[in-house]
Ligand binder design. Structure first.
Ligand code: PMP
Length: 453
């Protein structure tokens, strides 16, 4: 399929050669690269992407899940334009009402959210949540799970994708940096936990409890491996008993597994929640929400009532949180319009039902051609994992046949189905029966080509 792909994407190749001269590896984020070169897009509409060579694709990347209404939804576009044109600016750099409006919506939807702060990305959201946890508890370490991604900074850029020979025993994983240049301090201060193994987590957390400010977890690992209910409830109980805060990283799951995120599905309330992606309706955003008691460590006047404060005092024990673009009005306008559409009629459920339809369709193809595989996911995200073995965490995933999956994805690219090779599938309101049928047909054609090869 690589030959075929290359012959269809000559202009992408030419542009990529240029891009390599001006950006390391020709990309603006490592994750955007894949072999032989990334396909360069120039237009999008609804569920579809168009590349610079004029090829069209049904888009399942959807900007890593951010575009839950598809590309260019008219209500989102209009909200942004209206905000800018009628209010006469892109950003005020001061407090404004949309910040409150969105906060109120989030508080209503998310059981774990009583107060909100905005950031400009999911990365900054988990970073802030973790700092809040350190500030609130006064403890120096955090724990994260093997295989879980929370953004690209040193404290959590550990054991996301570790080579198993360096990763230690399954029930006591060791921290392995995922990047060159990670400050060794964090190897000592980030404890790695095995996902969906409550007993092993209990042993590690009990030993480290007096050092641990928080456990940060993706309730659905990488958007497709759900925590078991027993695990999630057990983790909540354990962290509560040990005086460790529980942070849900719902950057990927917010408004995708349920309007109230994974916490509303599990009925488990975290102390802090990080949000992002869909929240900005396709524009950069992140947010941290949590219990008032905890979030107030970020208040510039501590817990004192603002009207009593001594404005000249400089509190050094107040947590620092800043950002020129935090609470960006145009972004919030896009996010609020997105929530309006999701909450309208049963639009959210429609996207979930479409996702189920696609999953069943792909499963049927794989089963018919006797390829050991399964789909895994929740709400409007899923992944196809090439093994029939049970998958509960990062180590189980190592049993999957990645080269088969990669080959299939390259065939799919040549058949007009876009997701980055090996990436998950995210769906949108713009994905209708036509796209689903086209995808299932392409999948069957790709599988046939695989079997012939
Ligand atoms: N946490 C999770 C669970 C994510 O999936 C991501 C993004 N893939 C992030 C954090 C980081 O978000 P961003 O890319 O907006 O910085």
């Amino acid at each position: 399929p690589l030959q075929l792909l290359k012959s269809r994407t000559q202009k992408s190749f030419e542009l990529f050669k240029e891009a390599q001269k001006v950006m390391p590896g020709g990309v603006t984020a490592n994750i955007k690269y894949f072999e032989p070169y990334p396909i360069i897009m120039e237009a999008a509409e609804g569920a579809r992407l168009k590349d610079v060579d004029g090829n069209e694709y049904v888009d399942y990347l959807l900007a890593y899940g951010a575009l839950i209404l598809g590309h260019g939804h008219h209500k989102v576009m209009n909200a942004v334009i209206r905000q800018m044109v009628t209010k006469g600016t892109t950003i005020y750099g001061t407090p404004h009402e949309l910040e409150m409006e969105m906060a109120k919506r989030l508080i209503k939807l998310y059981p774990g959210i009583e107060q909100v702060r905005y950031t400009n990305s999911g990365t900054e959201a988990t970073l802030l949540a973790i700092r809040v946890a350190h500030a609130y508890t006064g403890k120096p370490k955090i724990a994260k799970f093997e295989g879980h991604y929370h953004g690209g900074y040193d404290q959590v850029l550990l054991s996301i994708n570790p080579p198993l020979e360096q990763a230690g025993p399954a029930d006591r994983p060791v921290a392995v940096p995922d990047s060159a240049g990670v400050d060794p301090y964090y190897l000592e201060h980030t404890v790695i936990l095995p996902f969906n193994d409550l007993e092993a987590c209990a042993a590690i957390l009990k030993e480290q409890a007096d050092q641990l400010a928080a456990v940060v977890v993706e309730p659905v690992q990488a958007g497709f491996i759900p925590a078991t209910e027993t695990f999630m409830r057990g983790l909540r109980k354990l962290t509560e008993e040990l005086g460790i805060l529980l942070i849900f990283d719902e950057v990927k799951t917010c408004f995708r597994v349920a309007l109230g995120g994974a916490q509303s599905v599990y009925g488990v309330t975290p102390d802090l929640t990080a949000l992002g992606k869909v929240l900005g309706g396709g524009f950069p955003i992140g947010a941290v929400g949590g219990k008032k008691e905890i979030m107030e460590v970020a208040s510039p006047h501590g817990k004192k009532d603002v009207f009593e404060m001594n404005v000249t005092s400089k509190k050094k024990d107040v947590l620092f949180h800043s950002g020129t673009y935090n609470g960006h009005p145009s972004v919030l306008a896009a996010g609020l319009a997105t929530l309006d559409v999701l909450e309208d009629q049963d639009n959210f459920e429609t996207i979930v039902r479409t996702t189920e339809k696609l999953r069943r369709g792909l499963e049927n193809v794989l089963k018919y051609y006797q390829i050991p595989a399964q789909t895994l996911g929740m709400g409007s995200i899923f992944n196809v994992v090439m093994t029939a073995e049970k998958i509960t965490n990062y180590r189980d995933l190592q049993n999957a046949n990645l080269s088969l999956r990669r080959e299939l994805d390259y065939h799919l690219l040549t058949l007009g189905i876009y997701t980055k090779p090996l990436n998950r599938y995210s769906l949108s309101l713009a994905h209708g029966d036509r796209e689903i049928q086209q995808t299932i047909d392409a999948y069957e054609a790709a599988v046939k080509r695989l079997l012939v090869a």
